[in-house]
Design a protein around this ligand. Sequence first.
Ligand code: 9MR
Length: 760
Amino acid sequence: MKRRRTTLLSVLALLAAAFTTLPAAPQARADEAEQIRNGTFDTTTEPWWTTSNVTAGLSDGRLCANVPGGTANRWDAAVGQNDITLVKGETYRLSFSASGTPDGHVARALVGLSVAPYDTWFEVSPQLSVSGNAYSYTFTSPVDTAQGQVAFQLGGAADPWRFCLDDVSLLGGVPPEVYEPDTGPRVRVNQVAYLPDGPKNATLVTDAASKLPWRLRNTKGAVVAQGWTVPRGKDISSGQNVQSIDFGSYRGRGKGFTLTADGETSRPFDIGAEAYEQLRLDSLKYYYTQRSGIAIREDLRPGYARPAGHLNAAPNQGDAKVPCRPGLCDYTLDVTGGWYDAGDHGKYVVNGGITTWGLLSTYERSLHARTGRPSSLGDRTLAVPESGNKVPDILDEARWELEFLLKMQVPAGKPLAGMAHSKIHDEQWTGLPLLPHQDPQKRELHRPTTQATLNLAAAAAQAARLYGPYDKAFAAKALRAARTAWTAALAHPALHPDPDDGIGGGAYPDDNAADEFYWAAAELYLTTGERQFADHVTKSPLHTADLFGSVSFDWASTAVPARLDLATVPSGLPGREKVRQSVIKGADTYLATLKSQPYGMPYAPADNMYDWGSNSQILNNARVIATAHDLTGAAKYRDGAVQSMDYVLGRNALNISYVTGYGTVSSHNQHSRWYAHELEPGLPNPPKGTVAGGANSSIQDPYAQSRLQGCVGQFCYIDDIESWSTNETAVNWNAALAWMASYVADQGRQAGPAAHPGRG
Ligand code: 9MR
């Protein structure tokens, strides 16, 4: 039942393994060997077992089982076989025939550990039919074990049903399956929308070495523009030979345009800004359904209603009275509320802080940027329970997390008082699907860290200056918490997270807190104007360092957030002009990267190693470019930032929009315990406006390892719920999308007098 996260060390080990095996000559492979005993059920069902509520027997040379109705979980009714040996790194083919009566029942077939903690190494959940089907899958074992299990979990149905099984085989030593993604037409476009007066670029995958003609057609099929492609040669990020198409001179508007070149026609797209107005809201509406400790209302999110999770209502052990990990503290905390981090039920202060900043800075930009307009994020924009309270909905949403962050602070009088516990999550990893209110695991507080404490300080300090006009008491409370956290972090400057603390929740390893100190000091300074914080900011070596590498910022690197806010939020900081220039210079770096990339994204990681959550890193780099536009008004930055959205929305090697519900083909099977439609047809897919993590060269999860071995850059992604390292949803990633969607929507508004003059 547990999902394994890979720590940094094991990622490095994995990479080392990949590097040593990949370029080598083909290795001798073991002979194919059957691991299942009696998979054909000719005379007996031995040695297959069933749970005690399942009656199984032979029927026409098959195993047939009567499965009871009314069980809660898949694993409450099962058939399986134990004592299976698996060899690490060896590829296996699991195949079987199965039927289910009546139609439509799901069997969860898995290969995993037969004893606690019941790790799952491979699983699929096909929907069965009365007539039956043959199923076949390959996967690579991530472990050596003699305690393997093949099981068919059949529980969770309301009514009794009948399951029949035959020809079960687990064949070892088979060649790894070559996964061929369906990438559709070779003309790659932003499948959502280009701005009428914005850049319009596409990428053509072709073997042709010389230029080719292209045509732009409107929805009626009439050619409205044409020109020539530009050959770009081999693209490192995808390994493909590509050409680029620039149709930016076309300024018309409309829906359903297509682009044709080399005999291929792109997926359709709009030219207009409407989709970005929608995306601004959808990417922010995402947070309500991530909320913990509150029932999600059907009237606000049709199709997404669910009971409140982790309120100490059984089977939850809940978040109202959470103890520490054994031996860590003598108190319990009420840490109800907040957002679930991602597809798991964990809540992490580090990621919570940077995400809250992402939302608050989306709002803060609307106050200060020349194209910003606060009303676009005002009250009644996001359909949250607080809509109508005269507070901007985005502030209501961020407050849900802020209140949680403040609860994670160690109480006065206790050891490490004022520090923040790094995280709270389950004792063990849980399986999928699992709605928050059904999570039966024990919840635990993990050790306070300097990084978590400073994340809290930064987000709370920023909140203090933004909530003042709406709730003075809350603003004051947030500032007090930020000051307490700051003082505690100064007293404990090197309590780093344990990189091996990755059971039941993610580790978020980070062995350097200098960037968190710089960021928290910057937010405290911008809110209070106090000299002590200005001094810390200006004396930090990070204040003048070049911070704009291949990843500008993410949850682990928070110096750029400080730089962006020091550059854009009005203040009297000495040397502020230099800070602004440093952001502009950083944007120049990303513009150069974007121009060098035939797919037009501001991202070119070292050795083409796409990182975990690469989509958010692309969006964050785009955000630096957008901020340079806010600072200068120069069109080149606006164009670069706007163009960066193309990659996320479909102009990429996989021809997929990574945002659910946007574009003809979009990610919709993101790893999540409750948007688990792929596993449980009664559950929804993620809500529209959910961005997937994206290509990740390290493919840490077994499913990606079984399908994507040897993948090049952009191809290290698969839209499957099992692929938690390439296809998870996460609050910090959606914040990057929300900021950028809001920025692009602001660029799309009809030209007219600025909502207010540019300031700051
Ligand atoms: O995005 C995170 C990635 O950068 C880290 O390397 C990885 C290991 O800590 O964790 C990722 O974040 C996950 C977190 O640990 C647990 N919740 C889901 C997050 C997204 O996958």
